[in-house]
Design a protein around this ligand. Structure first.
Ligand code: NAD
Length: 352
């Protein structure tokens, strides 16, 4: 066993069908009296249901959460929270809504109760992201880690299959990179492998039948573990590439992760054989890169960067940006090989 350091994050997780009913108790447990409920416009009805469950403890609903947390939205939401005298935020939604809660917590230290409705995993991490002047700034800050997370599988029943599929593969990406992280450790590796196993088995069932409660529960379990992996250890080439592509070419987050992941895995294939063996075991024996590719295809996910708005003449620029600052990856970062990886992802080729 290699030497390692592991520090667990102080979080409380409530998991189960119907768990949402306990939201008022979670707010009360934090000693809060007035919660601002956050959501996207599309999820307003879910947020109003949360406000109803909170009763006297609801300060109001703010429904302007958006992808990548624009600074203007963050600032407006901070003002709304202050004007209403909120002493806590309840974020119901995907990574974008939970990200808005984190943006509020960064300046106000209001605790967050997170209620995830996708599989992206932001609820388990101290990682924030705010977009200003076209640039997304991300970082780690203990103040933004949700105090309490409620996982209720009933909430993913309304998830459009494309978002279920791609946010699920986004979760798998956290776990794959945790397995070859510079600061990998045995506990997180167990969670990573188990999360890939749970997600790979359940996502096809979730996509085929969003009302399948057992499948939704298994997928959310996998998403919880994957989010915990992302929160605990550092990431590598895959997350760096997606950050670059998302920031510079404004590609949709979960779709982009889904398309790039098989190619990132193929890039690291020979440099991280132990991690690859664990991914393969979690996929029931399929080779890691092509196994993830086949899973995404089976889920009906987009497979090529060309299909989600990536300009062909941007590939060289992306390869240059992604290789600019040195960072950890099990295989050294070589610009020509990264460009090759991006070309494969652009065309949607199946890794050999
Ligand atoms: P999202 O939060 O942007 O949601 C996508 C869309 O799906 C939204 O319109 C939303 O309203 C809708 N939606 C969500 N759940 C639904 C449901 N159950 N039923 C119907 N509609 C639903 O998507 P995402 O993939 O969850 O999050 C992506 C964002 O999260 C990115 O900005 C990414 O950077 C961030 N993220 C952050 C972390 C972190 O640790 N900080 C981790 C993962 C993702």
């Amino acid at each position: 066993m290699k030497a390692f350091t592991y520090q667990s994050l102080p979080m409380r997780v409530i998991f189960g069908e119907g768990a949402l009913a306990g939201v008022a108790g979670e707010v009360e447990r934090l000693g809060a009296r007035s919660a601002l409920v956050l959501c996207t416009e599309a999820q307003r009805a879910s947020a109003e249901n949360v406000a109803r469950l909170l009763g006297q403890r609801a300060a109001g609903v703010y429904d302007k959460a958006q992808m990548h947390v624009p600074i203007e939205t963050a600032e407006e939401a901070r003002h709304v929270a202050a004007d209403l005298g909120a002493d806590c935020c309840v974020a119901i939604g995907g990574g974008s809504t939970i990200g808005l809660g984190k943006a509020i917590a960064m300046t106000s230290e209001l605790p967050i109760v997170a209620i995830p409705t996708t599989f992206a995993g932001s609820e388990m991490t101290p990682i924030y992201g705010i977009t200003e002047g076209g640039l997304k700034r991300t970082g780690r800050d203990a103040r933004v880690l949700p105090a309490s997370v409620i996982y209720d599988p009933a909430l993913t029943a309304t998830l459009p299959p494309r978002i279920a599929a791609t946010s699920g593969i986004n979760a798998i990406a956290h776990s794959v990179e945790a397995l070859y992280a510079q600061d990998a450790n045995p506990i997180i590796s167990l969670m990573a492998e188990e999360s890939i196993r749970a997600l790979a088995a359940s996502l096809p069932r979730v996509v085929a039948n969003p009302g399948d409660a057992g499948a939704a529960s298994d997928a959310l379990y996998g998403a919880w573990l994957a989010g915990a992996c992302l929160g605990a250890v550092g990431m590598a080439i895959h997350h760096k590439l997606c950050h670059t592509l998302g920031g510079t070419f404004n590609l949709p987050h979960a779709e982009m992760h889904t398309i790039v992941l098989p190619h990132s895995i193929a890039y690291n294939r020979h440099a991280a054989p132990e991690a690859m063996a664990r991914v393969s075991a979690a996929l029931g024996g399929a080779e890691a890169a092509s196994g993830i590719y086949d899973l995404a295809e089976r889920l009906g996910a987009p497979m090529a960067l060309a299909d989600i708005g990536m300009p062909a003449d941007g590939l060289a620029r992306a390869a240059e940006l992604a290789t600019q600052n040195p960072y950890y990856n099990p295989r050294p970062i070589e610009q020509a090989a990264i460009l090759e990886l991006l070309r494969d992802a652009y065309a949607g080729r199946r890794p050999p």
